[in-house]
Design a protein around this ligand. Structure first.
Ligand code: NAI
Length: 220
């Protein structure tokens, strides 16, 4: 449960709503009923109504949902209506791939990339020069950082996470395959692609034997 008493399952579904509504908007769809949305998203219409009722509803009896309004409201709930600054620590394969990805689309702006390897110093990734990790503390103290992305080897991840907390970072997007030891004041989201792949492997091997749909989503 979140502080507002909203279940984490509901919160996990919000980005999917946002994505589907964004696609509807691109296709110039003005309004949609919860039934139509449910068919597209493969969740029940009552699930959609229940989920959105957590935030006040947004729908009108007999009209359904106004797509643009709902898209914007869900965006606000997710904090996507403002620019959020992000830094990346660990400018190896994954760090560089993430830096090159267009997170601006959802309001996240990479403003700093840091590494410990002097050979990477000054190399530009997506227009941002990699800085050395000893400049990190000063950078954090002089910039407003909303999210720190951790793409360093496992052995160094916990130490860096503790430093990030000490320097005031309150949201860590962790790709290192280890649990970070930070206080409850710090939000951590772990991303483990290999776990997703393992689930796919299980589902593939057990297809036809289970009741649930195999079209699952990360974090389901
Ligand atoms: P990589 O070896 O290409 O990059 C790691 C970078 O971190 C290197 O440039 C290294 O110099 C830097 N580094 C090491 N210690 C540091 C420190 N104390 N401060 C700053 N930078 C430091 O490795 P790759 O492939 O980019 O993977 C990075 C991390 O992401 C690893 O922990 C890996 O296991 C993990 N990973 C996670 C995935 C996921 O799905 N969660 C997928 C792929 C990788």
């Amino acid at each position: 449960m979140s502080e507002r008493g909203i279940s984490s399952a509901v919160i996990r579904r919000l980005p999917r709503y946002y994505r589907y509504l964004g696609e509807l908007l691109e296709n110039n769809v003005v309004r949609i009923s919860s039934k139509e949305l449910s068919i597209r998203m493969k969740v029940t219409a009552s699930q959609i109504r229940q989920d959105l009722n957590n935030f006040g509803g947004f729908g009108q009896q007999g009209y359904g949902y106004n797509v643009e309004y709902l898209f914007e409201e869900i965006g606000k709930i997710l904090g996507l209506n403002t620019i959020q600054n992000m830094i990346i620590i660990g400018a190896g394969n994954l760090g560089q791939a993430l830096a090159n990805y267009d997170f601006d689309r959802i309001g996240f702006k990479v403003i700093g990339i840091f590494d410990a390897n002097p050979r990477l110093e000054g190399l530009a990734v997506h227009g941002i020069e990699i800085k050395m990790v000893d400049e990190l503390e000063e950078f954090i103290k002089t910039h407003e950082i909303h999210v720190a992305t951790l793409t360093v080897p496992k052995k160094n991840a916990r130490t860096i996470a503790s430093q990030l907390e000490e320097w005031g970072i309150r949201a860590i997007w962790n790709f290192a395959p280890t649990d970070l030891h930070v206080s409850d004041d710090v939000c951590v989201k772990n991303v483990h692609l290999d776990e997703s792949l393992m689930t796919l492997s299980y589902n593939f091997r057990n297809r036809g034997k289970e009741k649930y749909s195999y079209h699952s989503y990360m974090d389901d």
